[in-house]
Structures are given as C-alpha cells and as structure tokens.
Design a binder for this molecule. Structure first.
Ligand code: ADP
Ligand code: MG
Length: 358
C-alpha cells in the first residue's frame, strides 16, 4: 500500500465532536480515524485526546504502521523480502533492529505451538498462491512440490541471530510473518500510545484488535466476526490492555471449482488447515494472541486445547468447519451470543506445564 493511496483512503471522522453529558458527569471525547493499513481498514479510537493532538498521534501511528507494512512484508519490496531473497545462500545477512524482533519474538511461540505456527514456511504460502494481493484461483499446487517443501522442514530454529546479523542453516527457510505481524504491530502501537500519554484507545484492524484502558462510557464493547455469516458470532467487553485476535480461512482462500483452500497452512502436511472455520484468542499480548489463533486453526478440534495449554492462552474459542462453537471455560462467561444462536460447547483446558506468558 503506497503512502499516497493510503492517504487518499484516509477518512478522518471525529465521532463525538463535543463532550457528552451523562448523569451530570462529562464523558471524554472519542476521536476516531480509519486508515487503510495491512491490506484492511484499521479503526483507531482515542479517548479524551483533543482533536488536534489526536491527529498528531494518529499521524505518528500511521507512519509507524506504514514502515511495518513495508519492512515486514514477506514478498513486497522492503527489508524482509530482501532478506528472504538472500536467506537460501546460508550466508550471514545484516538485519535491522526493526525486523530482528519479529524473529526473536516469534521463535519461542513457534516452538511452544509444536511448529503449527511456523513463520518459516513462506515458500509453502507462496506455492499456494497467497503471496499476491489477488486471491489465487485454480487447482492446488502439484503434490510433489508440496511434499518437497514439507520434507525440507524449514523452521524458526534453523535461523541464527547474532550481532545484527542472521543466517539460515536450512535453504528452505522463507519468512512470512502474516500470522504474527498484525498482533505484534498492535503491541508496538500501544507502546507508542502509552509513551505519548494516551491511556485509553482501541486499535481495530479488520476485527483483530487491541485495547488500552476503556471507552468514553465504560468498557470497550467489541464484536467477534462470524466465519460463515455477515454478522457477529459473539460480543465481549474489554476493560483493560487486552487483545482479541481471530484467524480464519473464510476471507483469504484459493478457489478451485467450488473447493476452497484457505490461507492457513498445516506445516506438517503442506495443505491448508481444513477442519477449522475460525479461531479466536483473547490475551494481553497481541503478537502471542495472533500466533496462537493461527496455531489453534492448524491444530483443529482434536488438538487445539493441548496447543492452547502449551502456549498458556486460556481464553480461546474455535468454530469448526461444521459450525460447532467451542469456548474455553475462562472465556465463555465473558461472551454474549446473539439470541437464538446455538449454545457453544464449553471446554476445559488441560493443565499446562508452560509458565504463563507475561
Ligand atoms: P488471518 O488473521 O488473516 O485469518 P492469520 O493470522 O492466521 O490470518 O495469518 C495467516 C497468514 O499467515 C497466511 O496468509 C500466511 O501468510 C501465514 N501462514 C499461513 N499458515 C501459517 C502457519 N502455519 N504458521 C505461520 N504462518 C502461517
Ligand atoms: Mg494469526
């Protein structure tokens, strides 16, 4: 997304221009901006920040997000795509302090997920045609090409990171942070907001969101998208520094004569995960929640609770391909489902021997 196009698409809306009065007390102003970022609309809501200052703050966030978009992109011109081009050489390659943390932070998550979240499978994602702005169409890639990439077993542990340089011990490693970058970007954006003195904000990128503090009139009330319908699956209140990340195969897929191959790939088979329609994780850390949601989508209904326990995420929800909704005991009491919807199946997580993620 070029900066110019993004600027054209930028719609600034001051949602509540004047302080509202509720029960005699002044409700702080909410300032709302929608930007086109990461291939989707991002709505930024700031609470109690005067309009002029709010514009400066959102400008700063926009600049930071644009840089992430460029330098964290798996296949468009930027630092990560340049790195990908050189990784097969096995040589040491300089890496900036802006890109190195993606590797450092996602590697332990990849390990904890038993490799179901694996940002080193960029070549598989590309083989399936997802390194393109347009949705791919047509037959699945040749089975032997898929087999070769699975057999090459690229993983995050193949990377050595030291002194501002990185090298891959496995020439099949191609980095694609599509499953992690958005959540991590929202984590960094919240740090920026906090450093600028903004304590109450909501950053919502196409339904994946992170909050700080609360809305003008109480907790943030947010919706989780239904994977099959153009409606909400459930709503939930968040009143703290929490994120809600949903992964699904319903938006980005490869279509072949009515068969849809989703963009979340099972690194064990090389084929798109097909058992799950969407998975949602609620956690204080956006990067972790994003990676975990992808890992749960790959794990599927039989394994997802073990993977959630390993990743120490206990507020989780899974909608399987048949539409059955499973919700963990910790998340269930917080969710409101629309009247008339099928009640979700409550599930308990197995005990975790992983220390909780901070
Ligand atoms: P979304 O929130 O868009 O539904 P995810 O957060 O699950 O998606 O990220 C999906 C993207 O991550 C894919 O488009 C691809 O770039 C990459 N990806 C696909 N499968 C995996 C996987 N098993 N592990 C890590 N990244 C993956
Ligand atoms: Mg994800």
């Amino acid at each position: 997304m070029g900066a110019r196009l993004a600027a054209c698409l930028r719609l600034v809306m001051l949602s509540i221009a004047l302080p509202a009065f509720a029960g005699g007390a002044t409700t702080p102003t909410e300032y709302r901006t929608t930007l086109y970022l990461f291939g989707t609309l991002m709505e930024i809501t700031l609470v109690g920040v005067p309009a002029e200052r709010a514009e400066q703050v959102t400008d700063r966030l926009e600049r930071e997000f644009q840089r992430m978009h460029r330098d964290w992109h798996a296949w468009k011109l930027g630092e990560l795509s340049a790195l990908n081009a050189r990784l097969p050489s096995g040589e040491w390659i300089p890496i900036s302090p802006f890109v190195a943390p993606l590797i450092a932070h996602s590697r332990p998550l990849s390990r904890l997920s038993n490799g179901l979240f694996n940002p080193a499978i960029g070549a598989l994602v590309e083989l399936w045609g997802f390194h393109s702005d347009e949705l791919p169409v047509g037959k699945a890639p040749p089975a032997d090409a898929i087999r070769r990439l699975v057999a090459a077993a690229p993983g995050m542990d193949d990377l050595e990171l030291a002194d501002g340089r990185v090298r891959a011990g496995n020439p099949a490693v191609q980095l694609d942070f599509g499953a992690f970058a958005k959540g991590y970007a929202l984590d960094l954006a919240r740090e920026t907001l906090a450093s600028l003195g903004v304590g109450n904000a909501l950053l919502n990128s196409g339904g994946d969101l992170c909050a700080l503090g609360s809305a003008a009139d109480g907790p943030w009330r947010i919706g989780i998208r239904h994977p099959f319908q153009d409606s909400l699956l459930a709503t939930l209140e968040i009143d703290a520094a929490e994120c809600v990340m949903t992964s699904g195969n319903y938006e980005r897929y490869r279509e072949d004569q009515g068969v849809r191959w989703g963009h979340i790939i099972d690194p064990r088979t090389g084929y798109p995960a097909a058992e799950v329609a969407s998975s949602t994780v609620v956690h204080a850390q956006g990067g972790l929640a994003d990676a975990a949601a992808t890992a749960l989508a790959v794990a599927g209904p039989s394994e997802w609770l073990n993977i959630a326990a390993r990743l120490a995420v206990d507020q989780v929800m899974l909608v399987d391909a048949a539409g059955t909704v499973r919700v963990s005991e910790r998340l269930a009491p917080r969710l409101t489902f629309p009247a008339g919807s099928q009640p979700p199946v409550l599930v308990a997580l197995p005990p975790s021997d992983t220390p909780p993620q901070p």
